[in-house]
Design a protein. Structure first.
Lengths: 150, 150
DNA sequence: TATTGTTATACTCTATAACTATA
DNA sequence: TATAGTTATAGAGTATAACAATA
């Protein structure tokens, strides 16, 4: 049974079809990350921290594209489990310097393996060419919507 | 500034890039629909009702892919504003038959115009060929993830 | 069907503390 | 200095949506 049967007119909207598929993919990813105890945003935070090195919460929030007010709770959870550490910046004591720990790097490696597996499975219905197309088109849409001021 | 700069490693994951773009598109759609007083799920409900004709809440929930428990609140809102009517099915009085009203059809036409406008704008960064590719790939992913039991 | 509650995410508003610039 | 303005975090509250359990 193909999806257009459920809502023929909506299925003619590229935006609707796009969003509907992505929400399902997101759910699959969230379930996979839950097996290692991470929320999707927490995985994005660990991944970004690992790549960029220690940084302040504000910069981290901007890069991960999470609200500055909401990142506190994500970091609280990560810190509680020892995956990150927070220290006051001696040069500006308002700021917290967030650093990924060894345990955080281990968990990140584990969760990336889980995601690699899930991703390979989820995208197995697509050819390499189609995956490249999807990535390119998605990036263009994201950047384009950003430029439009949203 | 291109999006990969924010999170280089995550941006190499097709799933992440896909979901990130779709969430932004979804937000743009939600804001557009808010101007006519509709939630995205309410628009999907009206669109489906208009296309399929009167049907029971359970079938409606299945087609729109909304939880049967959650659809009650969406329908309450639509009924309060006169966009739908609910009547007990005389053949099975446990069931409610949901019907879109003339006011509902008017609002649907208006909201579809809004969406057409927003959609043209959002996808203007893509060629016709790319839009077709995106729709085809998204549909394949959605159906594929469904077959995988998610 | 409907209700209640939980979770994830995103957004708004406010509070506190600490920094910066200037009178 | 003293004051005003800004910034970084933190917390509370709200809204949408998906889901589970139950009446």
């Amino acid at each position: 049974m193909s999806s257009p049967e459920y809502a023929p007119r909506l299925s003619r909207r590229p935006g609707f079809v796009f969003v509907r598929a992505a929400l399902r993919i997101r759910q699959i990813y969230a379930e996979a990350l839950a097996t290692v105890g991470l929320l999707p945003n927490q995985h994005a935070i660990l991944s970004t921290l690992d790549e960029l090195g220690p940084c302040h919460q504000k910069e981290l929030a901007q890069r991960v594209v999470v609200d500055q007010g909401d990142i506190v709770a994500y970091l609280d959870g990560l810190q509680h489990n020892g995956y990150i550490s927070r220290e006051r910046d001696p040069k500006d004591r308002r700021r917290q310097i967030v650093t990924i720990t060894d345990a955080g790097r281990e968990l990140l490696a584990e969760s990336d393996q889980v995601l690699d597996h899930i991703e390979a499975d989820t995208f197995s219905v697509l050819s390499d060419r189609e995956r490249a197309q999807l990535t390119r088109i998605s990036t263009r849409l994201y950047d384009g919507s950003d430029a439009a001021g949203h």
